[in-house]
Design a binder for this molecule. Structure first.
Ligand SMILES: Cc1cc2nc3c(=O)[nH]c(=O)nc-3n(C[C@H](O)[C@H](O)[C@H](O)COP(=O)(O)O)c2cc1C
Length: 158
């Protein structure tokens, strides 16, 4: 992993190569805020790589899950997968647990397929860390800003 921090190649494009505004700025802001919280400087590539590598121990969570989808599926079924994932995350909260969805695991699809013995027909979409958040860990103070409702919804009266 030290030699290949970006894994075996992504299972799918996590972001479009030419991510446009306003999405590009929003994505950068979350990363900037997170690295600031954990005290990693923007140009400290080694420290960034170390932070990234924490993904691959599920950030110390006692339970790690992999979520895969049949390769033949398209965007509507990826939406279903997202809805399913959110249900799992909400159920975890109902039981007092916390989760962290991790697309970073999609960089290691080949190894995950071998390890879990799921078939070649499965695309590894993400991992999901499950456990109790450590309130002392600075990273858990991250507040990811959301645009106000007016920023993505328009209400019309007819
Ligand atoms: C589908 C999905 C994949 C994600 N992948 C990662 C990841 O690989 N690594 C990571 O640190 N955060 C990842 N995140 C972000 C965190 O799971 C989480 O959303 C973030 O820490 C902010 O928390 P919040 O969504 O409660 O504001 C992902 C989020 C989603 C929804």
């Amino acid at each position: 992993m030290k030699k290949t921090p970006f894994g075996e190649g992504p299972e799918y494009a996590i972001y479009p190569a030419d991510l446009e505004e306003p999405y590009r700025a929003r994505r950068s802001k979350v990363a900037k805020d997170m690295y600031a919280l954990v005290g990693v400087a923007r140009d400290d590539k080694a420290a960034r790589a170390r932070q990234m590598a924490l993904n691959f121990s599920f950030f110390g969570a006692p339970v790690g899950m992999f979520i895969s989808i049949d390769r033949t599926m398209g965007p509507p079924q990826f939406t279903d997968l997202g809805i399913f994932l959110q249900s799992v995350m909400l159920l975890a909260r109902q039981h007092g647990l916390h989760t962290c969805a991790q697309e970073a695991w999609s960089l290691w699809g080949k190894s995950i397929r071998e390890f879990t013995r799921i078939g070649e027909d499965q695309l590894v979409f993400c991992g999901l860390a499950l456990g109790y958040a450590n309130p002392k860990a600075a990273v858990n103070d991250l507040y990811t800003e959301r645009v106000p409702v007016d920023g993505f919804a328009e209400f019309q009266g007819f």
